[in-house]
Ligand binder design. Sequence first.
Ligand SMILES: Nc1nc2c(ncn2[C@@H]2O[C@H](COP(=O)(O)OP(=O)(O)OP(=O)(O)O)[C@@H](O)[C@H]2O)c(=O)[nH]1
Ligand SMILES: [Mg+2]
Length: 418
Amino acid sequence: MFWRRKPRDEAADIDRPDREDAPTSTDGSGIVDGPFVDPDAVPAGWEPDPADFDDVPAAEPPPAAVSPAGAPPEHEPPPVAEPPALDPIETRPAPPALVTDQPLWGPAVVPTPPAAGEPDETPGDLAAGLEKSRTGFIGRLRGFLVGGPAGPSWDDVEETLIAGDVGASLAMDVVERARARHDATTSEAAVRAELAALLVPRESGEWRPAPAGPGSPAVILVVGVNGTGKTTTIGKLASRYHHEGRSVLLAAADTFRAAASEQLGTWAARSGSQIVSHAPGADPGAVVFDALDAAVARHIDIVIADTAGRLHTKVNLMDELSKIRRIVDKRLPGARPETLFVLDATTGQNGLAQAVAFHAAVGLTGVVLTKLDSTSKGGIVFAIEDSLKVPVRFVGVGEKVGDLLPFDPDAFVAALFA
Ligand SMILES: Nc1nc2c(ncn2[C@@H]2O[C@H](COP(=O)(O)OP(=O)(O)OP(=O)(O)O)[C@@H](O)[C@H]2O)c(=O)[nH]1
Ligand SMILES: [Mg+2]
C-alpha cells in the first residue's frame, strides 16, 4: 500500500486565504494571529481514495526463491575468499632500481649489501691520490723551507704557496705567521701548522648527513659547475652509504641533458640505490619534490639530488638552484639539507669565485674536492675552507667507486707533507 499526499487541488485549498474557514487578519496588516498552520499538513480524518492511485502500478510481489531441489533456500553467508598469503618482507622482490613516472609509494626498502671484495669498491689511497701535490708544490715548498745557510727562502715559500693554489693574500698571511711562530721546531713545522690552522674545526669522527627528524630522510643536494664530478661523486657516495646498510634514493634533477639521468641510473643500479627521474627538460624542482615524497613513503635513509652543472655567472641558472633548495624546505620543513659543492681541484683560483657564487645561491654546507689525483696543486683546499668557512667533506682521488675519501684535516696535511 502506498501513501501519497492529498492531491494538489485539495491541498491548495488549505493554503488559499479566501477559504471560508481561513483565519483573517484583524487589523488589515495581513498578519494573522493564532496557531501556526502547516500548509502541507493533511487534514484530520482524511482517507486515501483508491481512485487516486490508479496511475501507480501495483508492485509485483517478488518471485519466491526456490532452491534447485525445490526446497526453500537457506540463508548461507556468501563464501569469503581467503586472503592471499603475504610473503615475509625479506623475500619480497626489491623495487626496480630505475623508477620513472611510477607511483611514489611502495614497500619499505631493505638494502642488500653488495658482494664484498669488488676491486672497484676497495677504498682509495689518500697518499697515492695526493702524490702529485706532494711531489709538486709541497716538494718545492720543503726545499725552500730548508733553504741555504741563511735559512729559509721566504719569498720563494710564498710564491710556491701561490703556485700551489693557496691564493696570494693567504700565502702572504701564512708566511708572515709562520715566521712569527716560536713554538715550531722547524720552518717546515711552522708552515705546516699554519696551513692546518686554516682548516675549519669540525666534529670528530667521520661526517654523515643527518635526518631532520624521525621519519625524515637526510637530504644531500649536489651542486657545481659543469664536469666537476658531481654525478660520479653521487655514485661513490651512494655506494658508500649502501655499504653501511643505509637505503639511498637518487633524485635525477639534472633534467638538462637526457644522458644525465641515464648516467645516474647506471650509478643507482651499481650502488643498489633507487632513483626518481622525470623526462628530459622537466622541472628539476618537481623531480626533487617527488623524490622527497617517495623517500618519505618508502622510509629511505638518504636522498641525494644530482643537479645540472651550471656556470656560476648565469643568474637564471643560479636562481633555478635557489628554487630547488627552497623546494626541499617546502616539502620537508626544517630538513636542513646538506648542500655539497663539488669543485674540480684542477680548476685553480677560479674555483673560489665559483664557490662564493654557489654559497650565495644555496648556502653551502660542505665541499667535495674532486680530481685531487690529477693536480700537483692541492692548495685549493686551504683557500676554499679559509674563504668560505665551510668544511671539505670528501676528496676525490680517482674515478673508481672507492676513490672518494672522507676528509680528515690532520690526515690530509700529514699525507701532503709525508
Ligand atoms: N681523476 C678523477 N676523475 C674524476 C674524479 N671525479 C670525477 N671524475 C671524472 O670527471 C668526469 C666528469 O664527471 P661527472 O660526474 O660526469 O661530472 P658532472 O659534474 O656530473 O658533469 P655535468 O653533469 O656535465 O656537469 C668523469 O670522467 C669522471 O670519471 C676524481 O676524483 N678523479
Ligand atoms: Mg652530472
